[in-house]
Write a protein of this length. Sequence first.
Length: 102
Amino acid sequence: MSINLFRKDASNKANPIIRALAVRTMSSLRVPKLNEYLVEPLKAALNDEDPYVRKTAVLSVSKIFEIAPEDPETLNLVSSLENLVIKEPNALVLANAIASLE
C-alpha cells in the first residue's frame, strides 16, 4: 500500500522535491521483490525535466543494482544511465551518473 503512495508521489507534477524524495525513499527500501515496482518511476525520474530529480534517480540506480544486479529490469536501468551520460546537460547530474556507473 505504501509503495502505491510513493509511486503516486513520484509522478507529482507540481513539486520536483516530492518526486525526488519518493524515488529516493523507494530505492532505500532495499527489498528485491519491490524492484519491479520501482523500475517505471525510476525510468520516468531519469528523464525528468528537473535536474534534482534526475540526480536523485541516478543515485537510486546504483542502490537498485546493489540489491539485484542480475535482474533484467535493473540492467535496463543501467543502460538508461549510460545513455544519460551521453546526453546530460547538467554537470551535477553527469558527475553523479559517472560515479554511479563505477
